[in-house]
Design a protein around this ligand. Structure first.
Ligand code: ZN
Ligand code: ZN
Length: 340
């Protein structure tokens, strides 16, 4: 079973952060961070249904206008997540334009501010001239989004302001083994989805599932007889953060066991003082975090332009710390890592 996720840094390792996660077979995408996206074709951006913003420094948020322009006339809702204060930033962006002719538009932005213990929700509807409306709050336990395909967790990091890190995890694939239904004497039907939902919800082994009128089997029996279970893939994303014990602990917890870890790597370790002053990581620190979190692959990005002509050194330093051995140049192209 191949993974659903297809991740791509829209501006490569050196441009503004914007990680597009497309979901194969689903026609859906999410975007993590919203740096400039004006060179990305509209067809690539239109499937985006949610944007997860780390923080509102300009290189992470200036793509907002572009996305707004593209989505404005659509009958769609764009969900936007970010640290507390992101609703003010959205309101500020929207206040910069005149909205007297959008009364009949269906488009709305639903903003979720991720607090330490609470998710605060706001709505901005085009038909309402993008007036900010509170739509309530919910307790926050680390997971900020969940549906039947994937979940998104968030962890606040210290960048002198909050910079939110994210981990996107695909749910376990549950596939029916070829020939297993026939062997059980069962016919496919809605009960198969009921079985999968019960398993995903962590229902008890003895939970009865009716596979035909009057024919009840236990969840455990059906699970054993019918299903192949494949763990989903996990992609973690960390940008703009100080290398402190508290941040490192949060990053390692969030990224633990990720198949692919996108981590900022703006500075070489020789410039560690500069990195620390600016609340950023060095490439070596990115490698150390990846190793501590036990990730499968590390993809570094958000390189400082000061290293133009030496970008390969940033990737090499990170990979060397991560893997413990010096990489050859040809091994370093992490621009579009593919999950398989
Ligand atoms: Zn920043
Ligand atoms: Zn940045």
């Amino acid at each position: 079973m191949k993974t659903t996720f297809r991740p791509r840094l829209l501006n490569g390792q050196t441009g503004d952060p914007a990680l597009l996660l497309s979901m194969r077979w689903q026609g859906r995408s999410i975007l993590i961070d919203l740096g400039r996206i004006d060179r990305t074709p509209a067809a690539v951006l239109l499937p985006i249904e949610a944007v997860f913003v780390s923080h509102a420094h300009m290189d992470h948020f200036m793509g907002f206008d572009q996305l707004l322009r593209l989505f404005l006339a659509r009958d769609a809702v764009l969900r936007l997540y970010g640290p507390v204060g992101i609703a003010d930033c959205v309101a500020g962006k929207l206040a910069g334009y005149t909205w007297n002719l959008t009364d009949t538009y269906q488009f709305a932005i639903e903003v979720t501010e991720i607090g330490e213990r609470e998710l605060l929700r706001w709505s901005f509807a085009a038909a309402d001239r993008f007036t900010r409306r509170s739509t309530g709050s919910a307790p926050h336990d680390g997971t900020v989004f969940a549906d039947r395909v994937f979940t998104v967790e968030a962890a606040p990091l210290d960048h002198k302001i909050v910079s939110m890190a994210y981990a996107v995890t695909e749910r376990t694939h549950l596939n029916v083994r070829a020939g297993a239904l026939e062997a059980l004497g069962a016919r496919p039907g809605p009960w198969l989805n009921a079985l999968k939902s019960a398993i995903r919800a962590g229902a008890a082994a003895e939970t009865p599932i009716e596979i035909a009128p009057g024919d009840r089997r236990t969840l455990a029996e059906l699970r054993e007889a019918l299903l192949i279970e494949t763990a989903g893939q996990k992609v973690a994303y960390v940008v703009d953060t100080l290398f402190s014990p508290a941040n490192a602990a949060r990053i390692v917890r969030l990224a633990r066991g990720a198949d692919l870890f996108y981590c900022e790597s703006p500075f070489l370790d020789e410039d560690i003082d500069q990195a620390t002053r600016r609340y950023h990581l060095t490439a070596r620190q990115a490698g150390a975090l990846a190793r501590a979190a036990g990730v499968q692959r590390l993809a570094v990005f958000h390189f400082s332009p000061r290293y133009e002509g030496r970008y390969a050194d940033l990737a090499a330093e990170a990979q060397e710390e991560f893997t413990g051995h010096r990489m050859r140049y040809g091994e370093l192209d992490e621009r579009s890592p593919q999950l398989s």
